[in-house]
Design a protein around this ligand. Structure first.
Ligand SMILES: [Zn+2]
Length: 69
């Protein structure tokens, strides 16, 4: 069992608009697949984040889409 287990983690994604990396907080209690909109920390445009979390390892995979497509 992990000693520092927490229901929140952080992961990096690349902005769908400007390509710059941003860090997002992920609430693991919200489920292992999540989708929400977060503004890029660099260009402030809205990215749709499609988040998949591996239940065994808690590895996070993030795909990004432009919201105004
Ligand atoms: Zn951006």
């Amino acid at each position: 069992m992990p000693t520092d287990y927490t229901m929140q983690t952080t992961a990096e994604y690349y902005c769908a608009y400007c390509g710059e990396p941003s860090t997002t907080f992920i609430d693991l209690s919200a489920g292992f697949t999540q989708q929400y909109v977060e503004d890029c920390q660099v260009c402030c445009r809205p990215n749709v984040l499609h988040i998949t979390i591996d239940e065994a390892t808690l590895d996070v995979d993030i795909q990004t889409d432009c919201e105004d497509r």
